[in-house]
Design a protein around this ligand. Structure first.
Ligand code: ATP
Ligand code: MG
Length: 367
């Protein structure tokens, strides 16, 4: 799987520009604020129709533009394909693949990416939201149905949160509370099954990478955590649903008192341990970075195994954040697929990777 060419019109700081990528490693270099991350963001959008930096499509339009476009020639599933994303101010974006209209969720089949940016190095120490996002991004790419359920879950969650927040001023809101709780329990049950299965895969794929990477035989272990009453997160959706309802009933009053949703997949997490101890509480800075990198490289392996194609690896600015040993480890691992790496210092990294160099300057790209 690879992106051969991308044309950006009115996207971020690209007025009208194209870039050609090599099938292997591409080093995107340039000074700060020239458009390196914007270029990676455009490639990322091909995988899911949205940005990793903003929820708002209007921010993606070039300043002063009312229309924007990302047009890409990709090679995936043994054929050349064209992905076209049109952004329009005040309107929904329009996505087509080979001229056929698609939803953002349906893009997943065409292009898969694994993104790695400096924030991901904090994956272990940060709050649970980043680890849920890690699962959500990966699973959405291999199970398009998951993205649909997640969207529905988020809609219900937001609505229920509004009810819990406003019911004192408007008691009639409580009439629909149970309906939303039930919907959340149903969609949670489905999300939980997918997440439990993905966490199990991650717990197979990441520890060997971490062991090799740490060079000290450190044992990484990843366990999925969800609603406490769920006895088996791999059970049928029906069984999980009943377990969640039990938690929901026990917490109904507490939800009304605290004005917060207390039951559901929005509180899920991954418990990450190194040598049997919570990494979040005890791991050193270097250990957490190693574990985060191992989890991301494992994601690439899992997507590869699931789809039969190596996802495109996007490394935004991470190499400069890593010490020499970790840089080498990453660079040695990226073979076998297409990789886009951004960095500020050009010559050195491009020499080490032997990759193609693209120079970005003020929204222009020189290949
Ligand atoms: P760094 O090395 O600092 O990470 P970068 O090359 O990755 O820099 P980008 O994040 O790609 O920089 O941003 C390049 C420029 O694009 C910035 O100056 C930013 O202000 C500008 N920019 C961001 N959004 C838009 C937009 N919607 N329209 C026009 N320009 C934008
Ligand atoms: Mg950047």
């Amino acid at each position: 799987m690879r992106v051969n060419r991308i044309a950006l019109n009115g996207f971020r700081n690209y007025e009208w520009e194209t870039a050609d990528f090599a099938p292997g490693t591409n080093v995107i270099c340039g000074a700060n604020a020239q458009g390196k991350t914007n270029l990676l963001e455009a490639v990322y959008m091909l995988s899911c129709g949205r940005s990793f930096r903003t929820r708002y499509d209007r921010e993606l339009l070039g300043f002063g533009y009312s229309e924007g476009q990302i047009l890409a020639e990709i090679f995936s599933h043994d054929r050349d394909q064209t992905v076209d994303i049109r952004l329009r101010a005040g309107q929904a974006k329009r996505i087509t693949v080979n001229g056929v209209k698609k939803t953002a969720g349906e893009l997943a089949g065409a292009v898969n990416v694994v993104l790695f940016c400096p924030d991901d190095l904090n994956l272990i120490k940060e709050g649970a939201a980043v680890r849920r996002r890690l699962m959500d991004n990966a699973i959405s790419q291999i199970r398009p149905r998951y993205a649909e359920i997640l969207t529905e879950f988020n809609r219900l969650y937001e609505h229920k949160t509004r009810i819990l927040r406003d019911w004192r001023e408007k008691p009639s809101l409580l009439d629909t509370l149970d309906e939303f709780s039930d919907g959340m329990a149903r969609s949670s049950a489905q999300l939980i099954r997918y997440r439990a299965a993905y966490a199990a895969r991650l717990n197979q794929a990441a520890p060997p990478i971490h062991r090799e990477f740490s060079g000290k035989g450190e044992e990484l272990a990843i366990a999925y955590q969800t609603v406490s009453t769920v006895k088996d997160p791999c059970a049928s959706a029906r069984e999980i649903y009943y377990d969640i309802c039990e938690h929901q009933e026990a917490h109904r009053q507490a939800e009304l008192d605290s004005a917060q949703c207390l039951t559901g997949a929005h509180k899920d997490d991954l418990d990450i341990q190194i040598n049997g101890r919570s990494a979040r509480s005890f791991a050193s800075q270097g250990q957490t970075r190693t574990a985060a990198l191992s989890m991301k490289l494992a994601e690439r392996e899992i997507l590869h195994a699931e789809s039969g194609e190596m996802p495109i690896l996007l490394l935004d600015d991470v190499l400069s954040e890593l010490d020499q040993k970790r840089q080498e480890f990453v660079l040695n691992r990226i073979g076998g697929g297409q990789t886009l790496i951004t960095c500020c210092e050009d010559a050195e990294i491009s020499q080490r990777t032997g990759g193609r160099v693209l120079l970005v300057e003020k929204g222009r790209i020189r290949g």
